[in-house]
Design a protein around this ligand. Sequence first.
Ligand code: TPP
Ligand code: SF4
Ligand code: MG
Length: 351
Amino acid sequence: MTYLAKPKLLRADAPRNTLGYTRRDYEGAISTLCAGCGHDSISAAVVQACFDLDIEPHKVAKLSGIGCSSKTPDYFLGASHGFNTTHGRMPSVLTGAALANRDLTYLGVSGDGDSASIGIGQFAHAMRRGVNMTYIVENNGVYGLTKGQFSATADKGSKNKRGVVNNDTPIDLVALALQLGASYVARSFSGDKEQLIPLIKGALRHRGPAFIDVISPCVTFNNHAGSTKSYDYVREHNEAVNRLDFILPRDQINTAYPPGSLRRVVQHDGSILHLRKLATDYDPSDRVGAMNHLQERHALGEIVTGLLYVDSSAEELHRYLNTVEKPLNQLRDAYLCPGSKALEALNASLR
Ligand SMILES: Cc1ncc(C[n+]2csc(CCOP(=O)(O)OP(=O)(O)O)c2C)c(N)n1
Ligand code: SF4
Ligand SMILES: [Mg+2]
């Protein structure tokens, strides 16, 4: 059975957001993933982020590819638009949907196999074109759904469950996203909801391509000694560059932080990212600096997490293409077919 509906039992005193919704209104079907799978924690973080942001579930479109990770949109936002596409093709289907209806919030969920192997071209072009989306990769270093083969993000020298060593150089999707022009780039760990939830909130409110690589251990095929994507390994090697608070425009701005340790980033919609610096001299507005920091720390065996780069004044695909403001399904006949005079004028302008 691949779909299990959740029973609709609700505590009378369940907290509600300003829309009157409870967290249950942001959940989906019961997860069929293995108990302890990191992907379930990411789903819980998405639910919490959307609840906190007062997002209307029907104003979200969640799209995915194929894999255990790509199954997860079934487990959150049950009242949202959803499209489980084909392996590695989520970005192009999402791009088409986003161009047709710019009024929805687009959330793409993918796996390391889905995005770093078969879908790497699609991932690259979504980032470089500036598709306005939150792109989450649930990265476990293996093809979980097809029983634990190394994926392209598996570290060189790491071992699979049977002790076989991976000899291939890994692809770092964060480094690629930075290089390709993503305007919000972060890495987190499924077991760190304090870091992950504000990162997802910031991404959902960001205008432009927002990419989050979430290390998400596969308890069945990649959680042993010798794996660099296991719970123990990531906890021991995690190096956060900043601590993030996400503040909606309506909230009171907390000014109690010590001067010098806080960076305030205002996004297009007025939401504010408060970045408390942990690593010395880390500047999240410096793309080249972020790339260097990532490489330097990687060489030391550290997994850098946090908001690595943000450009709060970035633009996105609709602006580049100068598309019409309205969703295409709201355009009426008179607009779509303005008559022969308008056509003549258009033709004349092109001569
Ligand atoms: C065109 C195509 N090729 C191969 C497959 C087989 N397949 C299904 S899921 C998957 C890999 C999934 O890995 P990942 O994206 O990392 O997701 P995970 O299960 O680890 O979360 C593969 C190779 C497929 N479904 N379609
Ligand atoms: S096989 Fe791995 S990735 Fe798939 S559900 Fe189980 S623990 Fe999660
Ligand atoms: Mg995987």
